[in-house]
Every structure is written in C-alpha cells, then in structure tokens.
Design a protein around this ligand. Structure first.
Ligand code: SF4
Length: 312
C-alpha cells in the first residue's frame, strides 16, 4: 500500500536547518498497521504529515499503491486525497467549534461533491455516525457539548466519509481518558477488519503501539533506530534506545522485577546535527566511532532492522 524511500523533511529555522525527518525508508502492507514510536520531537508526526504531503517532503519518494505522490501535481494530489486521510491527536482542536456534528462529518462529502443532494448527504452522515458508535440524536450537537471520546469518534467518522484506504492516526488516543482510549482503539481495529484499512499509527505510548501494530518503527531525532514486527520488537529489543523505552513500560504484577534504564546526557540538537549516532550522548555503550560515524541500518534477523554500531 505504501512504500517510503529515503524520506527527508527539513525546516529552515533562525539557527539553521532542522532535520525533522532524516532519510527514512519503510513500507506498509495493505490492511496492516505500522506503529511509529519515539519521544516528542523525534519526527513521528512530521513523518505522517510528509507521507500525506501535508508537509511537502524535502526529498525522497512516497509510493502510494505504486505511484510516487511527491512527483504529482496538486490537482492530482487533490483527487488522491480522499484515499489518504488523517485522524488528529486533539479531537477538540481539529473540529470546527461553529459547526454541528452533522456538518463536520458531511463537510468532506460536500467539498468533494460526493452526494446528489442534502438528503443523501444527511443519510450518509447518519450511516457514518452509526458506524463509529454515535447516536443520531447528536447530529445537531456541537463539539463543545461532547466528551473527548465522542469528539474523537467524529474525527474518525469524518476521515471515513471519503472511504479511504490509508489513514495516518496521529496520537489518536493520547488526549483521552484511559477507559475511553480502549474504546477508540477497539473501534479503529474493528474498522480495519471491516474495511481492510491500512494504518500508520503514531504514538509515544509503547503499550498502545504493541496492542495495535503489526510492525513498529522506533524513531530518535528524525532517524529510524529500529524496525521489527511488534512481537519481535517486544521479545527481542536490540537498539539501546528501544531497550530504554521498553524498560519504562509499567508492569501490572508488582512482584515482577524490571530494571528501568535511565537515560542521562544531553539530547542532541536536530538543527544542523553533527555526524555520528544521534543517540550517542545518552547511550551507555557509545564509543569514539559512534560520535564520528553514523551507524548503518543492519538486518539483525528476518525483517528486523537496527541502526547501531553494536550490530555491525
Ligand atoms: Fe549507542 Fe553507538 Fe549504538 Fe548509537 S551506535 S546506539 S551510540 S552503541
């Protein structure tokens, strides 16, 4: 469904060039989920936006069903847009407070002239509301009258309105209460099974990504540091940064001893980054080489890639 090759997204800042996404390559099969994890500022959301061309990539290729969408005109992109949708992190901020639930969900249908008349659009909106578990009496309600879970359901219904094949879910549950998080995650899973949707699921929460993803890519300061199946990543984490992230997941059994790996040291600046491994100032295993040479991406086992000099 999606193949990304050497994707870069740099931003110009007063201090220099900010390398938000730096040479990422990955792919996602149809009907599968790629989870992208990492700390705030590691470039995961920028990756999602660059893949959808909401941020114009600096360089690289984004092949959507075999077509490089970085090379197509904005008009062609507009016609492809319905197939590639996004669900945003903060449901409240992403919904127009002056529009009712029915208007918000129906807006993409209106803009793309997908319904013959208002009646047909209303019927379609009510269908979508039912799909995402919103009762039809909320049709004329406004976002501020609803809780976070219902607002996120509106965001999901709006994304589904265009009948997409691929959805970037950017931290879709991080602004929600834990009990609501589970409901939204289950809804997204059900929709994937029903409609064969392909997801890019961006989160900083490793326990969520494990539940949700087929494959996981761990990012650090714009770089991919590890990529593996969810099962492999959790049973055999290899990159020192991934190990530190996993050690921070709380375990439900208080008798189970887990050793937390604390990361010390300065975070490297993503502006005009120095050569070498970007994780080196915080890595317990860093050698002189790590500060000079960028670690190559190495396949440590089938479909399990790591960018670390320890594995070269
Ligand atoms: Fe640590 Fe060196 Fe591996 Fe980077 S390349 S993670 S600094 S051991």
């Amino acid at each position: 469904m999606l193949e990304v090759k050497n994707l870069k997204k740099y931003f110009t800042s007063k201090k220099g060039m900010l390398h938000a996404v730096d040479d990422l390559s990955f792919s996602i099969e149809q009907g599968k989920t790629l989870g992208i994890v990492g700390e705030s500022g590691c470039g995961k959301s920028t990756t999602g936006r660059a893949v959808l061309r909401l941020h114009e990539p600096t360089s690289g290729e984004v092949l959507f069903q075999g077509k490089d969408i970085t090379k197509i005109s904005s008009n062609e992109m507009k016609s492809l847009r319905p197939e590639m949708q996004m669900i945003f992190q903060d449901p409240f901020a992403s919904l127009n407070p002056r529009k009712s639930v029915g208007e918000i969900i129906g807006e993409p249908l209106r803009l793309h002239k997908l319904c013959k008349n208002n009646k047909e659009r209303q019927h379609k909106v009510l269908e979508l509301m039912e799909t995402v578990g919103l009762t039809d009496r909320l049709y004329n309600s406004y976002p501020h009258e609803l809780d976070g879970g219902r607002r996120q359901r509106i965001g999901i219904a709006r994304a589904l309105a265009m009948n997409p094949k691929f959805i970037v879910c950017d931290e879709p549950v991080s602004a929600l209460d834990v009990s609501i998080q589970a409901q939204i995650l289950n809804l997204l899973k059900e929709l994937q099974a029903q409609r064969g949707l392909t997801y890019m699921f961006i989160t900083h929460d490793l326990s969520v990504v494990n539940y949700f993803s087929d494959h996981i890519m761990v990012m650090y300061l714009g770089k991919m540091v590890e990529y593996a199946s969810a099962e492999d990543l959790f049973s055999n984490p290899t990159h020192p940064y991934t190990k530190a992230l996993l050690s921070a997941i709380p375990v439900p059994d208080i008798h189970q001893k887990t050793e937390r790996i604390l990361l010390k040291g300065e975070i490297t600046s993503p502006i005009n980054p120095k050569p070498g491994c970007r994780f080196a100032p915080r890595c317990n295993y860093a050698t002189e080489t790590c500060f000079k040479e960028e670690p190559p991406v190495v396949e440590v086992s089938s479909n399990h890639q790591v960018a670390c000099n320890l594995n070269v």
